[in-house]
Design a binder for this molecule. Structure first.
Ligand code: GCV
Length: 729
């Protein structure tokens, strides 16, 4: 394994930055433009695209069509190096090379619904035109962005025949933004919504809407699920209405996280019991007030009776009582109520991985028709790898959303590259083996929601590569069947250019990055090994927290004899929550995927893996495999220097070095701890951790972004603040 010291790393970083600045011939680039950058097409392809985009023919008179026309014109004009004019003429007067953009039709186009589009080369009446047609403006806007993407990624546009419609009607970003501008689990600066400046709309909020619309995101929850009731006061609601007005042309509907106890905090009621008429009346009046201001308000998202949040159980009522009461308040206005299934409690003796299923599966069929149950992709909490949540496919009479996390709370925050397209695709394609309603998780969904990774940093997401997770989320929410490699390539071409010498290695880095992270942090099905509260860095030894399931030791169950969580019938029997064929496989060590082995089984250190190697040796090998893969990403990136603009290259290089350092920290801490229990020698060729276990256990951080309660502490020799490598020696 690679041996690095912070000093050497810092020196190399400085040299790399200096070399990059001195040698890069590539034009400076900001990170602000995301994947919506439109550099001029190279001379070899310019005439090809120019000949097929001589003018845009469209009626740009509605707000959304105005946006579609502007976006198409802006993107094409920049890429083609000349203004592409917009003409509003009847279709039969369009000419060769025109792009005809249609967002309203007297006879609806079949098969694309109200959000899809068709892009086709049309040769009728002797002309060769490209038609982008939809049943309404938003479809035309999505189609315009798709056409731009085709040019951005240098695809053929001479003979197009594309029909596309979203798999799911609601594709939603959930912001965990607080009213004071902080963002829970946010690593990209402060909230984009500046409540003290609203209702003035900052141009950046429009750029945010453009980015969302370009990948089909059509719903945004503005505030943290740990909600502040004040957002429901008239003062804030006026500002929410201003945001909704600004985003309406981009097809985005605004939702709010609602605090269940708001009738007490704002309405002066004594209780928030959902069966109490005064409480129901308060919510109904509040909903009416909101819809007067925002006629297309999306609805509420609610975290109830979870991690200290108020909810119906506070009054002896059920989740159904709570959800249906709120759903009834917004139903007359067409609103949707998203109710989260993320519940667990240390007061229950059962395995945390079982609790949401135990609580919600019996409620199937009891929720109102405008309720969607929002379920995290896995049964615990956004770990680097989890099996799919057993509720998927198990509630055929309930509308279900999958919630994923774009912000990397448990995956190294914004260090280096951890691309999640592969992870989400894996979750969506998991077989539930339940006959109804479908065999794959996807078949059981009506919505995908992603916890946003977006903030006020100039690069939006805390790093250039974290933008790829925003992009991948939108693309997968639109089409969950699309291959992750295709998404990775699209984003790479749109963000870093089309030079194959760059595209190929960057796509490879994206595609391998998540597995490398799993190996370096939590291999073989381990989970939740992160340090307390902020979840930054390793803490597999932690076992003294009051809430049992916040302790990493609760999950690894490592002792002198072995490691892993027995979730078979001999243990917590969480396997029984899956359909019988899946449960049988998960129970059988010969069938369970090796990547989930220790999630479902507690095994001796000397257990023989399918390879014949012992579990202990394999565990060590996996940590090192993760570190090596991250070292490889560092090497690949450093070779790209001449092809990438100097500023972005240096920023990514430094972020990757940090990721490497952190992966070594994870590897060394974890091996030091587990070896203290297994007491086995390291396999040949694998280096011992350079420090004693006590050193790793002593690492503390003063400040970690995205975490509300700052922890005071220090490394042995120096105070460590976030941004430094973990504890200088
Ligand atoms: C918004 C985890 C996170 C919390 C988050 C919670 C949730 O526990 O650590 O910050 O709270 O999930 O999803 O509600």
């Amino acid at each position: 394994m690679l041996s690095t010291t912070p000093l050497r790393i810092a020196l190399r970083a400085l040299l790399a930055i200096a070399a990059a600045l001195a040698s890069s011939a590539v034009a400076a680039d900001n990170s602000y433009d995301l994947w919506l950058r439109y550099p001029r097409v190279e001379a070899t392809h310019l005439n090809y695209y120019r000949a097929r985009a001589t003018a845009i023919v469209a009626d740009c008179s509605t707000p959304t069509m105005r946006v579609a026309c502007t976006e198409l014109q802006r993107g094409l004009s920049q890429m083609l190096g000349r203004t592409v004019p917009i003409r509003h003429v009847p279709l039969d007067q369009s000419r060769d090379g025109d792009i005809v953009l249609v967002g309203q039709r007297s006879i609806p186009l079949a098969g694309i619904g109200d959000q899809g589009y068709v892009i086709a080369t049309d040769r009728t009446s002797g002309h060769r035109r490209t038609v982008i047609a939809a049943n309404n403006g938003i479809g035309a806007l999505y189609g315009a962005f798709e056409y731009l993407r085709l040019v951005q990624t240098r695809r053929e546009v001479a003979d197009l025949k594309i029909a596309s419609a979203p798999a799911l009607p609601l594709r939603m970003l959930d912001h965990w933004d607080n009213l004071d501008g902080t963002v829970e689990r946010g690593y990209a600066g402060r909230s984009l919504w500046n409540w003290s400046k609203l209702p003035r709309i900052d141009p950046r909020m429009i750029d945010y809407a453009r980015a969302d619309a370009s990948i089909g995101i059509n719903a945004v929850v503005l505030n943290n699920v740990n909600a502040d009731a004040r957002l429901l006061t008239p003062e804030y609601l006026r500002n929410v209405a201003a945001i909704a007005d600004a985003w309406r042309p981009y097809g985005i509907r605004v939702f709010l996280s609602a605090r269940f106890s708001a009738p007490i905090e704002l309405g002066g009621l004594k209780i928030a019991d959902p069966l109490e008429p005064a409480v129901r009346g308060w919510w109904k009046a509040k909903a009416d007030e909101i819809y007067r201001l925002i006629p297309d308000f999306g609805g509420f998202l609610v975290k109830a009776n979870s991690e200290g949040q108020p909810g119906p159980q506070t009054y002896g009522r059920t989740h159904v009582d709570g959800a249906n009461m709120l759903a009834a308040a917004i139903a007359p206005h067409g609103g949707t109520l998203l109710w989260r299934a993320f519940v667990y409690s240390g007061e229950k003796a059962t395995d945390r991985a079982r609790q949401a299923f135990d609580e919600f599966a019996p409620l199937d069929g009891k929720f109102a028709s405008n309720v969607i149950l929002q379920v995290k992709n896995g049964p615990i909490d956004f770990q680097p790898r989890e099996p799919f949540h057993p509720l998927f496919g198990a509630m055929p009479h309930t509308r279900v959303a999958m919630e994923v996390q774009l912000t990397r709370e448990y995956l190294g925050e914004n260090a280096g590259i951890v691309w999640l397209g592969t992870m989400w695709s894996e979750a969506l394609r998991s077989s539930t083996a339940r006959p109804r309603p479908a065999f794959q998780v996807l078949g059981s969904l009506s919505t995908i929601a992603g916890v946003a990774n977006i903030g006020s940093n100039p690069d939006w997401t805390g790093s250039d590569f974290d933008q790829a997770n925003w992009y991948a989320f939108g693309r997968l929410a639109w089409d969950p069947a699309v291959e992750p490699a295709q998404i990775a390539e699209e984003w790479t071409r749109m963000t870093w250019g089309n030079d194959p010498r760059a595209v190929k290695p960057i796509v490879k880095m994206l595609m391998t990055s998540r597995e490398a992270t799993v190996d370096a942090m939590t291999p073989l099905g381990l989970a939740h090994q992160m340090a307390t509260g902020h979840h930054y860095g390793p803490g597999p030894w932690i076992s003294d927290l009051a809430e049992p399931s916040w302790n990493p030791a609760y999950y690894n169950r490592a002792d002198r004899a072995g490691i892993g969580f027995d979730r078979t019938a001999n243990g917590s029997n969480a396997v029984a929550q899956y359909s019988p064929p899946i449960a049988r496989c998960l129970t059988d060590t010969a069938c369970v995927p090796e990547t989930e082995l220790l999630w479902f089984h507690h095994l001796p250190w000397t257990y023989r893996m399918r390879s014949g190697a012992t579990l202990w040796d394999t565990l060590v090998e996996r940590y090192d495999r993760g570190v090596s893969a991250i070292a490889m990403m560092n090497r690949s990136w450093s070779q790209l220097g001449p092809l990438i603009d100097a500023r972005r290259h240096a920023a990514v290089a430094s972020s990757l070095r940090r990721q490497l350092l952190e992966s070594e920290w994870w590897r060394n801490s974890s091996i030091a701890y587990f070896q203290s229990l297994s007491r086995l020698p390291l396999p040949a060729g694998h280096a011992a951790p350079p420090r004693p276990l006590s050193w790793y256990e002593g690492v503390r951080f003063d400040t970690v972004p995205g975490f509300l309660t700052p922890r005071i502490g220090s490394c042995r020799s120096s105070v460590v603040v976030r941004g430094d490598p973990p504890c200088a020696p």
